[in-house]
Design a binder for this molecule. Sequence first.
Ligand code: KG4
Ligand code: ZN
Length: 333
Amino acid sequence: MICLGIESSCDETSVAIIKDGREVLANVVSTQIPIHKKFGGVVPEIASRKHLTNIAFVVKEALDNANIDFKDIDYIGVTYGPGLIGALLVGVAYAKSLAYALNVPIVPTHHIEGHIAANYLTYKELKPPFMALVVSGGHSHLIYVKDYTDFEILGKTRDDAVGEAFDKVARVLGLPYPGGPEVSKLAKEGKHTYDLPKTKFENFDFSFSGIKTAVINIAHKEGDNLRREDLACSFEDTVTDELVENCMKAMKKYNINRVVLAGGVSANLVLREKLLKASKERKYECFLPDLKYCTDNAAMIASAAHFNYISGKYYDIKEKLDLNAVANLKIGE
Ligand code: KG4
Ligand code: ZN
């Protein structure tokens, strides 16, 4: 079965062609990062407009790369939330029109289910159940993936997402958007010398706004004496510890012995190393997504769509025309 997947929830216009949920025939990602960089972050209105001008070309390129035609598509998977509403609407409206024109089913897909599915593309044998540590610009979640389409949230951030904290810390340190990779690069040159607060809750929730404020306060207090690389390193070391420690604690409590990493921050090498090491020590299996599937892409969306499709979660577009984008779509609730 051939799925055409569309992702437009934030600042990447991406279209992929996937066979049977795991085999990537094409994955075109048209990033808007250079455009938003000038503004220090994503400008939603510009993002929507760029998706609109890009999408038809990205679809064409994906079909060409996969060497297939519109008539070969069996169904269409599309991110319908969460994300920027204007950006999501472009992908959803395009997917609906295409599904209507081709007379194929449409599979509305959750962005975070896509991030988790990035691991199915990397590990062909991977099957639920497992724990997913989801770390992106909008999410920091511990999710028990009971089955391909059955999710239970065990913990989540009470304030900022970890990627958001990386981006804000980058701004304080004078680094460009997106901040995560920049903070990480700078951190490599530094040492963990600044003492930063870690949060602990009774349950498995996270919080990253306290550490973000502590970083801002240190930067202001130190002024010209600030050792930027040391502050970047202290921040990265502290938040990755918090993520891994909380994840291991939850796995022990729920008796889960396999973990997958998911979301844009899963490209962070320190986090990858720590999760792998902690898992090895406890004899847990650990799965890290291929770097090219960590940040937003349509291949992961098409993979998640496949598993929704085979469990019957799809629409005949001619019977149900009212599919809409949902900016704050929840998972597992
Ligand atoms: O999943 P994603 O592409 O978009 C959302 O769904 O939010 O994640 C983007 C986030 C940004 O906050 C970015 O700074 C962060 O992932 N990120 C990283 C790294 N690469 C991307 N954070 C830390 N280290 C990285 N290497
Ligand atoms: Zn994402």
